[in-house]
Design a protein around this ligand. Sequence first.
Ligand SMILES: [Zn+2]
Length: 314
Amino acid sequence: MNTLLITHPACLAHDMGRHHPERPARLEAILAGLSSPAFAALDRREAPVAAIDAIARVHDRSYVERVLAAVPQRGIVALDPDTSLSAGSGEAALRAAGAVVAAVDAVVAGEARNAFCAVRPPGHHAEADAAMGFCLFNNVAVGAEQARRVHGLARVAVMDFDVHHGNGTQHMFEADADLFYASTHQSPLYPGTGARSERGVGNICNAPLPPFAGSAEFRAAMQDIVIPALDRFAPELLLISAGFDAHRADPLANLELETADFAWATEALIGVAERHCGGRVVSTLEGGYDLNALAASAAAHVHALMAGGRGGKT
Ligand SMILES: [Zn+2]
């Protein structure tokens, strides 16, 4: 079965200002990388807009309506010190969440083995009632609830290897034992959450890494902490918050991962999915701010997904 790539041109029209690191060129760089012949086998689909009802499973409905009502006709409106809206932000945010919904629908239906959503804005910092850290709607959490509420899956896990802790996802999951959130991230770093002691109801697994940790420390955290925790949870669907800002070239953080580490981590996560849920993986873009490192790392991630979809290893 093929790997699905879901994206939409509207995700390029969300613009938080000329000097903002979370910029349209990020997605352009990823899509340029995925246009090479090596990715010809991808099943490419356009992201639909998510239904407000789907987003309101994880956000306060009043917050969703407030964000969409605040979208300006021109110029930029700030929602928090790091997060703004432009004229294209409403459709971009709806399609970013809609991409994950559509990917979950396709993977659970068996139309694709796994999927990557190349979308922005990212989502993992967004709280139930607040935009935060470049994020408007928590796309991966919307996907998890799509899997449970629409498809009846009992246990859904998210693994987040973005360099920042996904505070929003953790908060949305931490009281519900049928959801699982695992994260590797730099600590200390924005947003300040993600201590090992934050365990929810036993369904949160944080593996913080000190500044300047590199491949060896990351792989050890995955092998010794994250993968065993995911195996114990035994998800029926594995979602990935795929941020690539732990790369050594990234300007926003200080981890020292190499491009190959993202392929390795993806293969390890595919292994979890093969052991528990027929290889069902839905991945969605979070951070990553050095354009070359981002494009190369996302390509390595998608290549590993495609190899996993064929049931083999790279
Ligand atoms: Zn990040």
